[in-house]
Design a protein around this ligand. Structure first.
Ligand code: 5GP
Length: 196
């Protein structure tokens, strides 16, 4: 790399990519796929008040914190965005994202549609990507297969999903998650198109 190219690279601020969409649509799997394939793209680990599911690890999947700690961080303005989703609180730490963007790294958030809307208002140059299920019926089937939610939770997540799908026009891109292979290829292509 020439000195000039090196300098340009050093000055470049990273870009924020926001992956949003209904719970159970496969955002997590897609996110993991593209993260391992794209250099210089980092994931911002969210804070949540929900209890860890089997196999989830502190500091890798989420930062699991108490409701009181969440409220405290919210009052101190530490969250770039935050939302109540299906009865729990979720938030992205401002400092984490700022540090990575300032260092020139692109950051990927995997959040709900309320959070994505907040990001749109705060950082209009960010790229909003909606991950859509082929249908609500397919989403229901996936949520059931996951066996991590109660019937009540599934009903709540489906009702929210219907509302979330109405937000699609506000997004820069839609990735239809029919097959994982095709959807991750699409997502990779979208991200790559901003990084040329
Ligand atoms: P889950 O409990 O299934 O891990 O996540 C529930 C929903 O919360 C998902 O749609 C997930 O993308 C969203 N979520 C996870 N982290 C955040 C966050 O930091 N902010 C917001 N607004 N939503 C989040």
């Amino acid at each position: 790399m020439s000195e000039r190219e090196h300098e340009k690279k050093q000055r470049r601020r990273g870009r924020l990519f926001v992956l949003a969409g209904p719970s159970g649509v496969g955002k997590g799997t897609l996110r993991m796929r593209v993260l391992s394939d794209i250099d210089g793209l980092v994931y911002s680990i969210s804070c949540t008040t929900r209890a860890p599911r089997d196999g989830e690890r502190e500091g890798t999947d989420y930062r699991f914190i108490s409701k009181q700690e969440f409220e405290d961080r919210e009052k101190r303005g530490l969250f770039l965005e935050h939302a109540a989703v299906h009865g729990n609180f979720y938030g992205t730490l401002r400092e984490d994202v700022e540090r990575e963007l300032a260092a020139g790294r692109d950051v990927l958030l995997e959040i709900d549609v309320q959070g994505a809307q907040q990001i749109r208002g705060l950082l209009p140059e960010s790229v909003l990507i909606f991950v859509s299920p082929p249908s609500i019926a397919v989403l229901e089937e996936r949520l059931r297969r996951r066996e991590t939610e109660s019937e009540e939770q599934i009903a709540l997540r489906l009702a929210n999903a219907k509302r979330e799908m109405e937000c699609i026009p506000a997004y820069d891109h839609v990735v239809l998650n029919d097959t994982l292979e095709r959807a991750s290829e699409d997502l990779r292509g979208i991200i790559a198109s901003y990084r040329r």
